[in-house]
Each structure stands twice: as structure tokens, then as C-alpha cells.
Design a protein around this ligand. Structure first.
Ligand code: NDP
Length: 439
């Protein structure tokens, strides 16, 4: 039952899971008897706090900070921090809720949590970012710990922010421990963590293509976003012989028929933290559509002809009209790098059409899985090389895919990976909750 109209994304995420697990609840009444749903939808703990900081002009600014520790049945809370002006309790709750099942699907011992702030990093100086991160951690540090809650990055939180957050944690706690993941390789980070979500989504796509007796070789791919997930999805697509032909940011979309110039995108977005529009200064044969010119009912990035689509920006960025356009243009495989990027109506269309559809909570789990590998390395004070982590990531993505697929088949909906992923994730968490008693 919806009790707060403000939490639309959270209700959307809950509805998605509850609908999928209906056949499981029929088969196993014990979940109802133990009130698992009622307990699952209520976070174990929600922390909301003031984040005051001083800007470069000496003005005091105030933001809202959040950490929602949703479920620890399977392990310490684990999930990213998002810094974006759109952040509110409903967004963090939806992300935290998704995280529970995603983390369960990895098969690794991690619970679900999420956090962030309604802070806009765009246009801020380095010193402002540092002061904000220090203030944020000044409250957060008392709630986290290597065996309690281990945050990571998400939108607006990359290696720079993780560095400032970690520095402040260490100063306050006087401990150098693996309390954050996505750290720099110089001081406790893991090889392949930066690449993991994007690479993982492409490994997932590879499993889907394999099952169709096809491959990624020569395939035209639409990507949205141009941040961490989008960049490393494009990198792995090129590695495997596919051709990414689009990407986007919050101001507009680039379409480049001969293939996105990835080095240039990295320079613009990772180094200069600039706008994608600058791509045209180097490639005047590419097409740029500013956000104001997008179709009223969707997003330009999905209106091109392609074989695969990888939404890698943000929630609800792919509408029913976009889904229709993708399917009409021959797109046969949709793999979500972002969290809940397709609206419910878009998902329904994908599933009805018989296209291969990989939901975010399965397809983008490579990031959190590799974060857990970072925790393992930190706890043992060892560092594995890139290939070792990458191999483990590949294995984990293949397991997630096959687990979701097998579960979908067992419940009579072969190829419905939404149902398969939700049931497979839910079952693990629910069984652990029952075994741990009424807590
Ligand atoms: P980044 O901040 O690195 O990049 C986000 C990208 O999406 C940017 O190109 C940004 O544009 C664009 N974007 C963000 N918000 C909006 C918006 N409201 N409208 C249009 N474009 C937008 O984030 P990540 O790449 O890390 O995250 C992308 C998605 O992947 C998110 O849904 C995140 O939750 C999910 N995810 C990330 C993981 C990770 O390991 N990083 C793990 C699993 C999921 P601009 O540059 O203009 O801001």
C-alpha cells in the first residue's frame, strides 16, 4: 500500500519485486507466515543528517545527507553513495531496496544499503568538493565499519570523492580499514573495480547472446550516459568487437555512426569533467541532440537503429515510447547498466516482445561484486592482479545470469529474467531472515 506519495521510485521498485515473487509465495507459504514482505520493505535503519559546508565565497551551504541500511540478513550493508540534486529519501530507498536483491544475486555475503546527498557536484571547485565530503563523513563515520556498512560510489561519487571521504574517515576513526570501496589503487583499491559495472554488464550481455547462438561481434550498440558505467561498458564492447554508436549526458546525446571515440569521451568526462557537446569540436560528423530537442515522450538516444541497448545513466530514462522505437528498429537485446532505467511500461513491452531483457539488478551487479572482492583483499591485506579480479567478475556475471535464467525456467517463465532475478535474490534473503529469527 502506498502511504507516501513522495516515494514513487521506491514503490515502483517494490512493485516490481512483489509482482515477480507471486508464484514463489504461492509455492512456499512460509514466507507469508514469517511476514517477510512486511519486514523487507521496512529499512532496518534510516539515517538522515545535515551536511553543512562552506563554499569558496565563504557562504555556508546546507545539504541533506542519507544512509539507509536496508537489510543485513546476508552480510554487512553494502551499496553506493549518490551525490545529485535529485536525491531524496524515496530515491535512496528505491536504490537500497534494489541493492538487497542485487547483492544476494552475486552469491557473496553482503547486505543492502544506499546513501547520498542532494548535493550537486557540477560546477564546484575541488576545494568545495573536499569540504562537502569531509562534512558528509563527519556524520557518516560513526555508522559505518568494515563489518557493519561499507559504502561505495554511485552517480556523482567517483574516485576523487571516495578519496576525500576516506581521508576524513581515517582522521576521525584513526583506523585504516576497508570501510569504503572504489578506493585508489595506491591505498587499498582493487584492480578492475572502476571497470567492473560496465564490464560486468557486457559480460552479462555476452551470456544472453551466447544463449541465442549469437555474439557481440559486429553489433551496433546504443549506450546512454557517459559516466563510470557507460564508459567501461563501451570499452568492453569494443574489446569484444561490438560498436557503441551513442552516449549521452544530462545535457544531450551524441550519435556517431562510425563508433564513439572513447578516448575523447574519457578526456571530456573523466579528466575535464566537461560537457559531451565538446565532442563535436573533434568530430564534426557526429550528431548532437541537446536535451531540449528530445521527443516529448522520451529520450533521443533510443531512437536510432541498433542491435543492443545499454541504458547506463539513471532511473526511468527509457520510456514505453523509447522501448517501442528500439523494438521497431530491430533491437533484440536490452541490458541495464543503470538502476531501474526502464519505466515499468517499457519493461512490459520488452518482455511481451520476446526481446532479451537483462534487468539492472542482475546485469549491473558486477560493480558491487567487485567491491566485495575489494573488501576481501583489504581484509587479507593482499592485492590481486587485474586479470585475477576480471576473471572472478566474469565468473560471477555468468553465475548471476544462469541463476536468474534457471529460476525463471523453474517457475514456468523461461527467458523472463526479471522474474528469475527477483525470485532468486528474494529467496536467499528471505531464507536467511527466517533462520535468524524475528529481528
Ligand atoms: P556517473 O556519475 O559516473 O555518471 C552518470 C551519467 O549519467 C552521467 O553521464 C550523467 O550526466 C548521466 N545522468 C545522471 N543523472 C542524469 C539525469 N537525471 N538525466 C540524464 N542523465 C543523467 O554515475 P555512474 O556511471 O556510476 O552511474 C550510472 C548508473 O549506474 C546509475 O543508475 C547508478 O545507480 C548505476 N550503477 C552504478 C554502479 C557503479 O559501480 N558506479 C554500480 C551499479 C549501478 P552528467 O555528466 O551530465 O551528470
Amino acid at each position: 500500500k502506498q502511504t507516501s506519495p513522495a516515494q514513487v521510485e521506491f514503490y515502483q521498485a517494490v512493485e516490481d519485486v512483489l509482482e515477480s515473487i507471486e508464484p514463489l509465495l504461492e509455492e512456499r507459504p512460509k514466507y507469508r507466515e514469517h511476514s517477510i514482505i512486511e519486514r523487507l520493505v521496512e529499512p532496518e535503519r534510516q539515517i538522515m543528517f545535515r551536511v553543512p559546508w562552506m563554499d569558496d565565497d565563504g557562504n555556508i551551504q546546507v545539504n541533506k545527507g542519507y544512509r539507509i541500511e536496508f537489510n543485513s540478513a546476508l552480510g554487512p550493508y553494502k551499496g553506493g553513495l549518490r551525490f545529485h540534486p535529485s536525491v531524496n529519501a524515496g530515491i535512496i530507498k528505491f536504490l537500497g531496496f534494489e541493492q538487497i536483491f542485487k547483492n544476494a544475486l552475486t552469491g557473496l555475503p553482503i547486505g543492502g544499503g544506499k546513501g547520498g546527498a542532494n548535493f550537486n557536484p557540477k560546477g564546484k571547485s575541488d576545494a568545495e568538493i573536499m569540504r562537502f565530503c569531509q562534512s558528509f563523513m563527519s556524520e557518516l563515520y560513526r555508522h559505518i565499519g568494515p563489518n557493519t556498512d561499507v559504502p561505495a560510489g554511485d552517480i556523482g561519487v567517483g574516485s576523487r570523492e571516495i578519496g576525500y571521504l576516506f581521508g576524513q574517515y581515517k582522521r576521525l576513526a584513526n583506523r585504516f580499514d576497508g570501510v569504503l570501496t572504489g578506493k585508489s589503487l595506491l591505498w587499498g583499491g582493487s584492480h578492475a573495480r572502476k571497470e567492473a559495472t560496465g564490464y560486468g554488464a557486457v559480460y552479462f550481455a555476452q551470456c544472453m547472446m551466447d544463449d541465442k547462438g549469437d555474439s557481440l561481434e559486429g553489433k551496433r550498440c546504443l549506450i546512454s550516459g557517459s559516466g563510470n558505467v557507460a564508459i567501461y561498458a563501451m570499452e568492453k564492447l569494443y574489446d569484444l568487437g561490438a560498436r557503441p554508436i551513442s552516449c549521452s549526458d544530462s545535457s544531450g546525446t551524441i550519435y556517431h555512426e562510425q563508433g564513439i571515440d572513447l578516448d575523447l569521451v574519457k578526456r571530456i568526462k573523466e579528466e575535464q569533467k566537461g560537457r559531451l557537446e565538446e565532442y563535436l569540436e573533434t568530430h564534426n560528423n557526429a550528431e548532437y541532440t541537446p536535451r531540449d530537442d528530445y521527443p516529448k515522450d522520451g529520450h533521443s538516444v533510443w531512437r536510432y537503429k541498433a542491435d543492443l541497448a545499454f541504458p547506463c545513466a539513471t532511473q526511468n530514462e527509457l520510456t514505453a515510447k523509447d522501448a517501442q522505437s528500439l523494438l521497431e528498429n530491430g533491437c533484440k537485446c536490452i541490458v541495464e547498466g543503470a538502476n531501474m532505467p526502464s519505466t515499468q511500461a517499457a519493461v512490459d513491452l520488452f518482455i511481451e516482445s520476446g526481446a532479451a531483457y537483462g534487468p539492472g539488478k542482475a546485469a549491473n551487479a558486477g560493480g558491487v561484486a567487485t567491491s566485495q572482492l575489494e573488501m576481501v583483499q583489504n581484509a587479507s591485506m593482499l592485492r590481486w592482479d587485474f586479470d585475477e579480479v576480471d576473471e572472478k567478475l566474469k565468473g560471477i556475471m555468468s553465475n548471476i545470469y544462469h541463476d536468474a535464467k534457471r529460476t525463471a525456467e523453474d517457475f514456468g517463465h523461461p527467458s523472463n529474467l526479471v522474474l528469475g532475478a527477483n525470485i532468486a535474490g528474494f529467496r536467499k534473503v528471505a531464507d536467511a531472515m527466517i533462520e535468524q529469527g524475528v529481528v
